[in-house]
Design a protein around this ligand. Sequence first.
Ligand code: G3H
Ligand code: ZN
Length: 286
Amino acid sequence: SLVTTGELLSGAAAARSAVAAFNIITLEHVEAVVAGAEVCREPVVLQVSENAVRFRHGRLLPLARAAVAAAERAAVPVALHLDHVRSDALLRQAPEAGFSSVMYDASHLPYADNLAATRAAADWAHAQGLWIEAELGQVGGKAGAPALDAHAPGARTDPAQARAFVADSGVDALAVAIGSAHAMTTRTAALDHGLLERLAVTLGVPLVLHGSSGVPDGELTAAVAGGITKINIGTALNIAMTGAIRDFLAAHPDAVDSRSYLSVGREAMARSVERLIGVLAGGRPT
Ligand code: G3H
Ligand code: ZN
């Protein structure tokens, strides 16, 4: 069923568990994420990034409509989230496209500018009944962004600054920079668990981990136990899909029907979703 991100995350925060949020790019991603979550009998977030909208020739609605239809028929609760939005024009499409939440990303701006832009976005989002996430500190590895040293001063989220940012912007959740980076193809990120603990006790809102594909299983489990409530995963599904399709086409050089390899790619993504949701469940209190 289609539910709101706000209700999923407040339930997860109360249970000290986390909800997986998978980035969707194609219809196969949508089907795979819902299928994987159904096998696990766990709720899930389908998220569409501004980059994915750009890939879809700037159009949000076709993929969004597919995601809404899949969510409505799903056997588990599914929420729709618009991810890494910088464009106000895109932000404003969220409600009519069926999204209950947005991540407004002004984290590349200096603090005062990030705060001002985020507060304006939050005021608008709340007037629409949307739940809003923002980012403070910089999770590196974003497409088109300059390479970032995750250990550089100012890259990590500072707890005192984050507390003021959440209070002054009014956001419902915060993406924190604690050592992960986007688009990693190796699972080698080491998280700063001491910093996560300080952020979790200082901030009264759900914390979001971005770039989770590069985070090893044990670190993901520890992040959930340490207070992360939303785990954003994108690249892991691309690795699964592309790897499976590459292997299939190498073994079937005469294949022509796109369904032959798309079904293999979709199946590989569904298995990856299942596995990762299972890992996150391991971080819950027992
Ligand atoms: O917002 C999306 C996530 O941060 C995805 O990051 O592609 O590195 O898993 P990832
Ligand atoms: Zn992200």
